[in-house]
Design a protein around this ligand. Structure first.
Ligand code: T3D
Length: 269
């Protein structure tokens, strides 16, 4: 496939926006164009009140192999004596905004991990709210193998998901963690047979799209905020969030529907 193909494919089905990373010849690794396209599509979905769930997946046999190590803009110049490139700027300009965009996203984001997820590609998935993986998929903290540390939120996310012992071994060794082990460790929510990934993702996305988006996004934020709090502060924070949500249309609708014994129709975002 030519590298001028759209680096991210965007498809809308009802209230679900699916973004497919589309550089399969390089296992959907990130070059500048793919960063730009993913950021643009995510921002468009965030701004569109008709979108109530986003799915990120990959074209071909991989999910995302992290940074494109051949990208001339950032790849090290291997000529002897050539000055080193400052890749810290890349992290600050690209991966940090991407992770923060997902952290503050107004609706749930599912990573449907169809194949290998390596380096920043693995951590892109872990930044999503729910990770559903094909059984043949795998997660690799590939950074140590090229002399780097986990980025795109890996140092923050991984120990919180799997505990320090497993996080440290995964990061230091850079070994492949298959999807079943990732599920067992608590790194991802669930893995499913390869042939079932598309249907399971669709069912999950439609289910989330029908739920009260504002409450789901607030749940993500509350989990992150509670991380730095003692129990008393977390209880107060929960009260503050409930105060706001208690004034929402969705809360009124949820309780009304409960007593009317009908399905709720949530519309807030
Ligand atoms: O600048 C910075 O580095 C800072 C940013 C850091 C963020 C990061 O993400 S650092 C980590 C970068 N990613 C990696 O180190 C992973 C590199 N890839 C791999 O280790 C392996 O490709 C995989 C384990 C992911 C998959 O292995 P396998 O055997 O299934 O596939 P393959 O044959 O290695 O790859 C298939 C093709 O994709 C191949 O191209 P070819 O030979 O068919 O023309 C390979 O070169 C290409 N590819 C895979 N990963 C990358 C890549 N091309 C560019 N960049 C990649 N990251």
């Amino acid at each position: 496939m030519a590298d001028d193909a759209a680096p991210v494919l965007s498809h809308r089905d009802g209230a679900v926006q699916t973004l497919t990373l589309n550089r399969p010849q390089a296992l959907n690794s990130f070059n500048g164009a793919m960063h730009d396209a993913l950021s643009t599509e995510l921002k468009a979905a965030a701004a569109d009140s008709a979108v109530r769930c986003v799915v990120i997946t990959g074209a071909g046999r991989g999910f995302c192999a992290g940074q494109d190590l051949s990208d001339p803009a950032i790849a090290p110049d291997l000529t002897p004596g050539a000055p080193p490139r400052d890749i810290g700027n890349l992290i600050e300009a690209r991966y940090k905004p991407l992770a923060m965009l997902l952290h503050h996203f107004p609706v749930p984001v599912i990573a449907a991990v169809n194949g290998v997820a390596a380096g920043a590609g693995a951590n892109l998935a872990l930044n999503c709210d729910i990770v559903l993986a094909a059984k043949s998929a795998s997660f690799i903290q590939a950074f140590s193998k090229i002399g780097l540390v986990p980025d795109c939120g890996g140092t923050w996310l991984l120990p919180r998901l799997v505990g320090r012992a497993h996080a440290m071994a995964l990061a230091l060794l850079g070994d492949k963690c298959n999807a079943e082990d990732a599920q067992r460790l608590g790194m991802i929510w669930r893995c499913v047979d390869d042939a079932a990934l598309a249907d399971e993702t669709k069912a999950l996305a439609e289910r989330l799209a029908g739920m009260p988006s504002k409450a789901l996004a607030e749940t993500r934020r509350a989990f992150a905020a509670a991380d730095h709090m003692d129990l008393s502060a977390a209880l107060s924070m929960e009260g503050e969030v409930q105060r706001r949500l208690g004034m929402s249309h969705d809360y009124l609708e949820g309780v009304t529907a409960f007593f009317a014994k009908r399905a709720p129709r949530f519309t807030d975002r």
